[in-house]
Structures are given as structure tokens and as C-alpha cells.
Design a protein around this ligand. Structure first.
Ligand code: SF4
Length: 85
């Protein structure tokens, strides 16, 4: 658990969900949850740009997390989704 958290990409906004350097830039997550994922050109990776703002967005993020081909999307289970500051 700690090891994977150390691979968290720096662009992720703080909160429950994040992507790691396992991301290969396939863009699947951004197709499933376009309001929540964004692209970083310099590393060809996607990151969590917005934590879920409602249950629908959380479901989309969870779908992306379940189906990410390289298991790059993670959640800190102890954290509840939080509104953006
Ligand atoms: S689905 Fe996974 S591998 Fe594909 S862009 Fe998103 S985080 Fe990266």
C-alpha cells in the first residue's frame, strides 16, 4: 500500500482518488470520467484533476479504476470523497 502511494503522480489533486506512474496514457479513464481526469503531456499520463463532486462522478471514477488496464488508478479507502476547495 505504501509503495504504491509513493508512485502517485504529482499532478493529482488532493483527495481520495489518484493515479500512479503505472499509467500508460491510454485515455480510457478520461473517456469514462471526463469531468475528473485530465492529461499531462510532459509525462503522457492522466491524473485526477477533480475529485468526485457527486455520486455519479464517483461511480464513473470507480468504473475507470476497475477497468484501467494497468491498475494505475487507486483510492485511499479511508477517505470519503471530498468537495473541491
Ligand atoms: S485508464 Fe489507467 S492507464 Fe489508461 S490513462 Fe487512465 S490511469 Fe492511465
Amino acid at each position: 500500500m505504501e509503495a504504491i502511494e509513493s508512485r502517485k503522480l504529482p499532478y493529482n489533486v488532493p483527495g481520495k482518488y489518484y493515479t500512479t506512474d503505472l499509467c500508460d496514457g491510454c485515455a480510457y479513464c478520461a473517456a469514462v470520467a471526463p469531468e475528473n481526469f485530465d492529461f499531462e503531456k510532459s509525462t503522457n499520463t492522466y491524473f485526477v484533476a477533480h475529485q468526485p463532486r457527486d455520486l455519479e462522478e464517483e461511480e464513473f471514477i470507480q468504473e475507470a479504476m476497475d477497468d484501467c488496464p494497468v491498475d494505475a488508478i487507486r483510492a485511499i479507502e479511508a477517505l470519503q470523497p471530498q468537495a473541491e476547495v
